[in-house]
Design a protein around this ligand. Sequence first.
Ligand SMILES: [Fe+2]
Length: 389
Amino acid sequence: MNKIQIFNPGKVVFGADSLDQFVADYLKLSHRRLYMVTISPMVEKLGDTLSQFTAAGVATCINTTIVDEPTFDDFERLINEAAAFEADSVVGIGGGSVMDIAKLIAAQLHSEQTVDEVLSDGFRKKRSTYVACLPTTAGTGSEVSPNAIFVNSKGSKIGVISPELVPDAAYIDPALTMTVPPSVTAATGIDALAHCLEAYTNKFAHPVIDLFALEGVKLIGSSLLKAYQNGADAEARTNVALGSMYGGMCLGPVNTAAVHALAYPLSTEYHIPHGLSVALLLPYVMEFNLTASPERYAAVAVALGSTATGSQEEIAHSGVQIIKELIKNCGLPASLADVDIPLEAVAKLAAGAMPIQRLLKNNPREITLADAEKIYTSAFNLQEYEEKI
Ligand SMILES: [Fe+2]
């Protein structure tokens, strides 16, 4: 069995009114200057929270400018603001980008290290600034993971993984995801499902993480369509939020593989949102991979509700079909052509994915440049593509 190291937040609260629990817990700490990274739609919902902080003598500084994956410039801008505010604590209340930058700010706030040094050597100092995360989407699982994503000056995504990026506390209230629009629910939900699926079928899969991964596949597979169709379905929202948290627990110790590696160039080159990039490639990478691990892909199919019979490979194929149908029923595009990517881009996309060996090395089947080209080409759903041109 592989050795595994798991870093979890010191406290995880999952359930209704977790936001209130965050406030109650925070006020028991000695921190009094809270730098809050959040999203504009949350500011109104945070009215009571802010009043409680003010009444307790906690000063807050709110930043709502992070709407996409944070760039180096975003990071410099926000960390300077947090330092000028003399923040002694940080909270991220939002989607993955908001939580990622909150974690990075807390880790770097009193550090002399530059971002480039962190990227090459990791964090030299232990994080000394308290950070909590409260997700408002069910997708990245950043609230419990040691991961954060940056976009560098060339537009490439850089993943940072460090125990210093595991928050002190995570508060997950599925009700905070209720107002997420259906298209975002769908894309972020498929991303969360992919975190679980890529961990379970990973070359470095581990029995501890398998528990979260397979259960996450089951929870999201059974509830994502319901959450997409009716955002107010509390049970479906809860299941997807829990599955997303499980996905986050998979990210540090095992992490993702080829779906994510091949998805990155779609975001870099064509600015396709992360969850959608993942959805566009997930079934095709599954099809490519399943011969390398038919038993694991068959278990995924069963977790997704397949009742297929036959060989492990046949059952595994039924899982790919279920994923394709889920993506279609959730209103997401099923072909790279649907997001205006030309077929001629395949070679460049494949060349862009190959350097992402930190994820490709996790894939259950080795992927060569030619394989990557084949997978991108299959993601055009060529028959449909030809009908369009
Ligand atoms: Fe992801």
